[in-house]
Design a protein around this ligand. Structure first.
Ligand code: UVW
Length: 329
């Protein structure tokens, strides 16, 4: 793809919100940075398959119960039969973002500029397609992925890292970790940010989980991180944590609004980088991905590049979806 502006160029825009990629991929764009995943990226991914070992990157539905957000219910599975030789089933109370998931472009609007591409609020509704997750499903994403093993990198670099905290990962950390792993991030890549959080959380007792529910390491809320993600022209980022970003939000987040009040219910979104990531840059986010077995395999042979496929539900107007992600090495 030619003529993609740099993040510094985006910040200088006057024809659209500063820091936004609106219209860079076309006037009615529905995919945002997923446009960086081209057929060339899929071919490149296929060329990386060596052993044929496959990895399910999804945790089971209901693996994170009670919900981490505090506002998502527990799915209830029902089975029925039309006759003695038949079974069929359905789910009630299935919150699409309650386990391994993709946050689509409907998930957050920007508090000042609104939804990605200037889509008006009324168009983001049940039964309308604008910015819905079906666009990502129909794209049938296959791309090269790079796994960034943060615990291993921090250990090698002598950096103190506690997975039970909201340790904030900087753009320099991303540079240093990929250099340490001797792997370069290429346009169209899926960045897999392995923090170790999900396995840590799942190993806790019920009471410990209750106490630690809302805290995880992840990306620092900064323009330097946005610049890194945009200028590397990645297609998607996914992590094994709650929010891709460090949560609770770092006090030095560049994205706080002075007038914003804390929420009455649910997660506190003040200062969250989800807003510029989704609504300004158009970068979809994968959360709660099951990356631990893959990270272990990468450590064994030192190969951190692989093929990943992602197939969200083809739900017209969906805000998010189970990831249905698979890695092949
Ligand atoms: C947060 O709001 C912290 O995460 P999510 O994307 O799951 O809503």
């Amino acid at each position: 793809m030619k003529n993609i502006p740099s993040y510094a160029d985006l910040l200088r825009r006057q024809d659209a919100p500063p820091g936004s990629s609106w219209h860079v991929y076309g006037d009615n764009d529905q995919l945002g940075m997923l446009n960086n995943v081209t057929p060339a990226a899929a071919r490149r991914a296929a060329s990386l398959v060596r052993t044929g070992e496959t990895f399910d990157l999804d945790y089971p539905v209901n693996r994170f119960v009670p919900s981490l957000s505090g506002t998502r219910g527990t799915a209830v599975h029902h089975i029925f039969a039309n006759n003695a030789h038949h079974r069929d089933d359905w789910l009630d109370s299935f919150f699409l973002q309650s386990s391994s998931q993709i946050d689509g472009l409907r998930h957050f609007r920007h508090p000042v500029h609104g939804f990605y591409g200037g889509v008006v609020d009324q168009e983001v509704a049940e039964g309308t397609p604008h910015l819905g997750i079906q666009a990502a499903s129909e794209r049938a994403v296959v791309s090269r992925a790079v796994l960034v093993d943060l615990p291993a990198y921090f250990a090698a670099a002598g950096v103190e890292y506690d997975v039970a905290t909201n340790h904030a990962v900087s753009a320099d950390d991303l540079d240093n970790a990929t250099r340490h792993q001797e792997v370069a991030v290429e346009p169209g890549d899926i960045l897999l940010l392995y923090t170790g959080w999900a396995e840590h959380y799942l190993s806790l007792s019920e009471q410990e989980r209750e106490r630690s529910r809302g805290t995880c390491p992840g990306l620092m809320q900064s323009h330097a991180v946005l610049e890194w993600l945009w200028d590397h022209r990645i297609g998607l980022i996914a992590a094994d944590n709650i929010s891709v970003e460090a949560y609770p939000v770092h006090p030095d987040s560049a994205f706080f609004l002075p007038e914003e009040q804390p929420p009455v219910t649910g997660a506190d979104h003040r200062g969250l980088m989800h807003r510029p990531l989704l609504a300004l840059l158009g970068l979809m986010l994968g959360e709660l991905w099951r990356l631990e077995p893959l990270a272990r395999a990468c450590r064994v042979d030192g190969v951190y590049e692989l093929m990943v496929s992602v197939k969200p539900l083809n739900l017209v107007g969906g805000v998010g979806s189970p990831a249905n992600a698979i890695a092949v090495r």
